[in-house]
Design a protein around this ligand. Structure first.
Ligand code: 5AD
Length: 432
């Protein structure tokens, strides 16, 4: 969004990547624009070069940013110093030392971490995750905007408030024009450079493809789609239309639990979609629900390992929040601590490169989630661009955070939090 700064292209790397310089900090991005030359100023977001910029304009924006850029770096550095261990837990110290010395943590290490309960141990884990986030990925923070284009859905997922179980919910489907206008206003008025389009599953593929086309015909922006299982050919059609990100959680890595929660569906089909998307060139954002009924801590570690194995560009883990109009109405949400632990353990599992989202569901569960998550390994957030009246009907779970806040308010709050934590608008880049 407006939280983005231009970078200067320094070199071409491999087939389609460029190295971009932001005041001395280097990030890789995928480039599909023929016109890009070394020395050009560009905006990159979501790991993609979005557009080239006139040098005068770019330099004036950079001038405005220069001072605060270094101030933010200093601030993040001071907030993420190597933590002092106020714990006597030798096993924990050994595991975290492994990461500090650049060794990979194994499954047993991650299992040990997810079982931690002692507040001092947890504090040490969170600070270590934040330290490693800073050390390897710097103070960049990704801010994407999401448009929830329709709450129609043909799925019967037992946890989801927009599934077929919810007969009381008024359903909406935005027209292509409506979505295009929303996207253009997010891009032109608020400076968003990366947008996620999301809906329930089962709408016609033509509709999804038209949305992507309509936006990309007018503007250059990183578009990520999240329409559920559209079929492998559907994915190809969306990619051909210009979408470059796919947000699709596998929800749980436990096949039996998956089957139980998604009647008539199989985990293998979900994973086939995610893997195929990756193969055809999508950047994949994936993860799981945390705290599902019947889910164990071991399942959560398996989720973390699966997300890593899928070469996710960004990890999206959120808590399950029961919805009154679903079969899981009586279930309980997880302890927010478990959610925070999951983010920190995800960071420990992929500390060199992980891009980790703090989700709105976590913010719904814990009003301090955004700050707590960003200080425990996360480095990305999402703002909601859906107009308020439709946002309220996109009730995947009740009382969603930010469901009543105007976009301007969301932007102001996001920027002020990111600035208070020393996070910069540089693109996180793509994984190497
Ligand atoms: N609580 C939290 N997240 C939910 N989702 C669906 N229902 C719920 C719920 N009750 C999440 C799923 C889906 C994403 C769009 O919303 O993980 O992938």
């Amino acid at each position: 969004m407006c939280y983005a700064i231009p970078g200067k292209v320094e070199a071409f790397v491999g087939e389609n990547r460029v190295l971009i310089d932001y005041f001395g900090e280097k990030k890789l991005a995928i480039n599909e624009l023929d016109e890009v030359r070394i020395g050009d100023y560009v905006y990159a977001q979501g790991g993609y070069v979005i557009e080239t910029l006139p040098p005068d304009y770019a330099e004036s924006v950079l001038d405005l940013w220069k001072e605060s850029f270094f101030r933010l770096q200093e601030l993040d550095l001071s907030l993420s110093r190597a933590p002092e261990a106020h714990t006597q837990n030798q096993r924990l110290l050994r595991i975290l030392d492994k990461a500090f010395y650049g060794k990979d943590l194994d499954r047993d290490d991650l299992l040990y971490l997810i079982h931690l309960e002692d507040p001092q141990d947890l504090e040490y884990l969170y600070r270590s995750a934040n330290f490693l986030r800073h050390k390897y990925t710097g103070n960049s923070c990704c801010v994407h905007g999401i448009i929830e284009v329709s709450n129609r859905c043909t799925c019967a997922c037992k946890y989801c408030g927009i599934s077929v179980h919810n007969r009381r919910l008024p359903r909406y489907q935005m027209s292509v024009e409506e979505v295009k206008d929303l996207a253009l206003s997010a891009i032109d008025r608020y400076g968003f450079k990366a947008l996620v389009l999301q809906s329930g599953e089962g709408l016609p593929l033509d509709y999804y493809v038209s949305l992507v086309r309509a936006i990309l015909e007018e503007r250059s922006v990183f578009l990520c789609v999240s329409f559920g299982e559209v079929g492998l050919e559907g994915l190809e059609a969306l990619f051909a239309a210009g979408a470059r990100g796919l947000l699709m959680r596998f929800e749980t890595s436990n096949p039996a639990l998956y089957r139980e929660l998604h009647p008539g569906k199989e985990l293998s089909s979900r994973l086939e979609h995610i893997r195929h998307a990756r193969e055809i060139g999508f950047l994949v954002f994936t993860g799981a629900l945390v705290g599902l009924p019947g889910q164990t801590l071991e399942d959560i570690v398996n989720d973390i390992l699966l997300a890593r194995e899928l070469s996710a560009e960004m990890y999206s883990f959120g808590p399950f929040i029961p919805h009154q109009d679903t079969p899981l109405a009586e279930a309980r949400p997880p302890d927010p601590e478990l959610m925070l632990k999951t983010l920190a353990v995800m960071r420990m599992a992929d500390y060199r490169q992980g891009r980790i989202l703090v989700t709105t569901a976590f913010e719904t569960l814990d009003s301090k989630a955004r700050e707590r998550g960003l200080m425990a390994g996360a480095n990305s957030i999402m703002l909601n661009i859906t107009p308020i009246h439709q946002r309220r009907s996109y009730a995947i779970y009740p009382n969603r955070a930010w469901r009543d806040e105007k976009l301007e308010t969301q932007i102001d709050e996001a920027i002020s939090l990111l600035q208070s934590l020393g996070r910069a608008p540089t693109d996180l880049g793509v994984k190497t």
